[in-house]
Every structure is written in C-alpha cells, then in structure tokens.
Design a protein around this ligand. Sequence first.
Ligand SMILES: Nc1nc2c(ncn2[C@@H]2O[C@H](COP(=O)(O)OP(=O)(O)OP(=O)(O)O)[C@@H](O)[C@H]2O)c(=O)[nH]1
Ligand SMILES: [Mg+2]
Length: 254
Amino acid sequence: MSPWRGPARPLAVTEWPVPPPRSWGHAAAPRSRDVRVSRVTAPGRGASEAVGAEPPSESPADPRRAWPAAPRPPPPHAPPPAQLNVLVVGLDNSGKTTIIASIKPTRSQPGEVVPTVGFEVDQFAKAGLQFTVFDMSGARKYRTLWESYYKDAEAVIFVIDSADELRMPMVKDELDELLAHADLPRGIPVLFFANKKDLPTSLPPGQCAASLMLDKIQDRPWQIVHCAAISGDGVEEGFAWLADTVKKRRERGK
Ligand SMILES: Nc1nc2c(ncn2[C@@H]2O[C@H](COP(=O)(O)OP(=O)(O)OP(=O)(O)O)[C@@H](O)[C@H]2O)c(=O)[nH]1
Ligand SMILES: [Mg+2]
C-alpha cells in the first residue's frame, strides 16, 4: 500500500450528511449536534446561518400549516478538502516535530516533543486542505530515508535551526542533495522555516537564505519564513503560503 494513502474518511466530512434542522419537520436533532455540525463541517457558513435558523412561521393563518411539512432532500455533500502530501525535512533538532505539533488542531505541549525515530505521519485539515505530513527524522543515520518519500511529495517543508550557524554548511549539503534528486517532482513548492527566532542567536531569514544560496532555486516556488515553533509565531503564515501556492498550481493544472 502506498504510504501516502489518505484517511478512509477525511476529517471534515465525518459529520455529513448534516442532520436536518428542526424546521424541516423531522425528529428534532439534539441542539449540541447542530452546533458541532455548523462549526466543524460547514466552513464558510456562519454559525448563525446553520444553528440559529428559526423555523418558519407557524401562525394559524399561515397556509403552510395546511400541509404536513414535506421532507426536504438532504443537503448536498460538501466536497472533501483536497489532499496534500507534504514531506518535512531538516537536520535533527531543527524543530520539525515542534512545528507540526504547533499547527495541528490538537496542540501538544512543547515538552511532549521528543526526537523522531525514523519518521512519523500526521494528518490534519488546514487552510482548506487535508494535509498528510511525513515528519522525517533529521538524525544523520535516518537522513537516507528522506529520498524514499520524494516521489509522492507534493510539497516540501525544510526546517532550519536559524540559531545554529555552525551547522549551516551541513544544512546546505542536505538541501543541495534534496533539490538535485531525480525523484523529487519538478516544480513542487518548498517552504523554508527559519525556526527558533525567539533565540538571541537566531539569524534573520535573509541571512539564512544567503548562506543556503536560496536565490539559486529558479525551478520551483519557495519561501522562507522566520518562525518560533515553540510559541507558534510565524507557523500559520508559512502554512498559508504553502496552501495558497499549491492551490494556484492546481488551478493552473500543474
Ligand atoms: N527556543 C526554541 N526551541 C525550539 C523551537 N522549536 C523547537 N525547539 C526545541 O528544539 C528541540 C528539537 O525540536 P524537535 O521538534 O524535536 O526537532 P526535530 O527537527 O523534529 O528533531 P528530529 O526529530 O531529531 O529530527 C526541542 O527541544 C524543542 O523544544 C523554537 O522555536 N524555539
Ligand atoms: Mg522530530
């Protein structure tokens, strides 16, 4: 089975079909369920629209009273969010797992993050996409695993410890190898997180980009974002860029 296979039931559609509101003449659904549906599965629809819709007037003069309420067809299924396979790489201790923990809807505490052994897979909905992320270990002995996942990657997140200037040449070696690899699909976006911006020795993203010669990357969209995974500062912004770039590429049919 392909390791990239998505979940059998994407997160955001698990509540469909939406139970009909009470005004439709069906057995009343519990109020709490209405709320859950409006918040979780109907993005773009205000809570007042889904939850606060009042039943039609039932005054005796209302001609609609003469007929039993006709059952309405169930609302159309919301399209499941598009899938996106993301490979997350970078040296050990750069903060990959902490970044993912900070972006997931169920945030874990920073103290809960431990060095990754091999890799971990996470799935969550973000910015209108259903992400499947492969969080690779950056430890030297596991870096050879990265290339096994290039083929099916649709985007790469490359995490840099911006406070670790000493290892910047090693970061560059790993990055050059990744970008030159024949299995990495052409044109897929690369998001660089210059992480640990909260540390006093953190280099600004421009300096990280210069050290890694990112301006040489001409054949794929890329962006570098200064972030602090520990507080989550900058992480949303990076993911928003990635989602936006992927959506635009898909619209153009690439
Ligand atoms: N100060 C600071 N520390 C951070 C930040 N992000 C991560 N860390 C710390 O850096 C250490 C490594 O974080 P991880 O997320 O495990 O790093 P990783 O890249 O997943 O490491 P491997 O799984 O070994 O490849 C942990 O002690 C984190 O708490 C940050 O933004 N600021
Ligand atoms: Mg990790």
